[in-house]
Design a protein around this ligand. Structure first.
Ligand SMILES: [Zn+2]
Length: 56
């Protein structure tokens, strides 16, 4: 079974534990978009995004 690691605190969890997938997509004007995937535990996600604003 795959073990996932939190991108923030590096704690490990199994894929069937609660976790958050983050997909970072860089949108470039020249169409060279890039995707990066990260996993995070729900607590870190909540802490990190607490003060984030909505994009629109
Ligand atoms: Zn974490």
């Amino acid at each position: 079974m795959t073990t996932l690691y939190c991108a923030e605190c590096r704690s490990r969890f199994e894929p069937d534990d609660s976790h958050v997938w983050i997909q970072g997509e860089r949108r470039s004007v020249d169409d060279r978009n890039q995707l990066e995937d990260f996993a995070m535990c729900p607590d870190c996600w909540a802490d990190l995004t607490e003060n984030w604003g909505e994009p629109v």
